[in-house]
Design a protein around this ligand. Structure first.
Ligand SMILES: [Zn+2]
Length: 419
């Protein structure tokens, strides 16, 4: 099946200029030609009416299965979590996200259901359970009376496969290999205190250097990498030494760690919008302590953005960290605006397209989608694209308004067409 998009301008995901007035040929699920193309070659012609073809959006930090406040997720059956996750995935695709990296959640069944056409949603690169030490950010026991859990049984969040606790080199190796067995395309660990968890202060260092190295070894033996939840500069120094390649949040940097990040080519996945939502107390958290922690993180984050600029850190990926009910996930597009404000338009657009595609290539043969490139409109890329009424390079507002997303295509299949 050949589809030809005509009368289009193209933002290819990388360049700061549009490729003007061209056609884009799609054969089955891949983009095979961009330029002046004879329309008699196509089975179907789509008139973009002067709109902009751009790569489908990519979010490198989502939690599809964490579809309610954590204490509520703890009370849900697997079926309820699955049904909510399917709804959230569908809504993500329908706001223009064609690929996401899930960084704590048992998304294996959801991912294969979407890939097989039994559910609608973005491509998913699953991390499966996020792994931490006991008393770390994955240790989501809700109160200290739950100490019996952990000695004898897993907490509900652990039973769902969203979180996993492992201590010591041997347990960490096993936990990582367990996620790889389940199809994780990358590994997520918690390398320092969390804002939304109750019993681990932000400044805690989580995992010894040796435990973290164990996680990196088991991942790299499987061709892939470790992404770490991380806030403080000290935690980042340790994780950088261990070989962690993706820093999630990375909110409280100092000059030294910013330089190390630049030198080692470590990826930074900040979340400016969701963090400010939490800091403004618009997302429910378990208690006062968790609010205090998120307020601190929310302020530090924008100082770290200045260090990102100062040291010209280019390995930046778009990640929203949307977690909770549908209304929180519905704010997903706002991160584009937050990045545009913090950096500029082209940075926001690259982060949400080609940069994520490059980051995901660190998964090598564990990458679930190896047939084409992700996040770019080039020959040989997956036909994951949006047609926008407007020019995204003039400002991301036209992408953020779903009314302007006239067409959503994933894997060559049209999910929305209001052209
Ligand atoms: Zn997160």
């Amino acid at each position: 099946m050949k589809k030809l998009i005509v009368n289009a301008n193209v933002f290819n995901g990388v360049d700061a200029q549009l490729i003007e007035n061209v056609s884009v040929l799609i054969e089955d699920n891949l983009i095979t030609q961009i330029g002046e193309i004879d329309s008699s070659l196509a089975d179907e012609v789509i008139d973009a009416k002067g709109g902009t073809v751009m790569p489908g959006l990519i979010d490198a930090h989502v939690h599809i299965t964490l579809s309610a406040p954590f204490n509520e997720v703890d009370t849900m059956t697997r079926e309820e979590v699955a049904i909510r996750s399917a709804k959230i995935s569908e809504e993500m695709l329908m706001r223009g996200f064609t690929t996401v990296r899930d960084v704590a959640g048992n998304t294996l069944g959801l991912k294969s259901s979407i890939d097989n056409g039994y559910a609608t949603g973005p491509r998913i690169l699953p991390s499966m359970a996020a792994i931490s030490q006991t008393s770390g950010h994955s240790d989501y026991r809700q109160n200290r009376a739950q100490e019996r859990i952990g000695q004898h049984e897993d907490s509900p969040m652990m039973k769902l496969g969203a979180m996993k606790v492992a201590d010591g080199r041997a347990e960490v190796l096993k936990a990582v290999r367990e996620q790889l067995f389940m199809g994780a395309s990358q590994i997520k660990i918690m390398a320092g205190g969390g804002a939304s968890s109750t019993f681990d202060p932000l400044d805690t260092l989580q995992y010894t250097l040796d435990e973290m190295k164990a996680a990196v070894e088991a991942a790299s033996d499987y061709g892939t990498y470790v992404a770490a939840h991380i806030h403080t500069a000290d935690a980042m120094r340790r994780a950088a030494e261990a070989g962690v390649m993706s820093f999630e949040h990375a909110t409280i940097m100092d000059d030294e760690i910013a330089q190390i990040i630049k030198e080692k080519g470590i990826w930074v996945v900040p979340s400016y919008f969701t963090s400010s939502l939490i800091a403004e107390r618009k997302i429910p958290l378990p208690n006062e302590e968790t609010y205090r922690k998120t307020e601190r993180v929310g302020k530090a984050m924008f100082k770290s953005a200045e260090l990102i600029k100062k040291y010209d850190i280019q390995n930046l990926a778009f990640g929203t960290d949307c977690v909770g009910e549908r209304d929180v996930h519905a704010t997903q597009l706002n991160e584009l605006g937050a990045i545009e404000q913090t950096f500029d338009t082209i940075t926001a657009l690259r982060m949400a397209t080609s940069n994520c595609g490059r980051l995901f290539e660190l998964s090598t043969y564990q990458h679930p989608y190896q047939e084409g490139k992700l996040g770019q409109i080039v020959e040989g890329a997956y036909a994951d694209l949006l047609i926008i009424d407007g020019n995204p390079l003039a400002g991301v507002a036209c992408v953020m308004d779903t009314q302007n997303q006239k067409m959503i295509m994933k894997d060559g299949v049209v999910y929305k067409n209001t052209l």
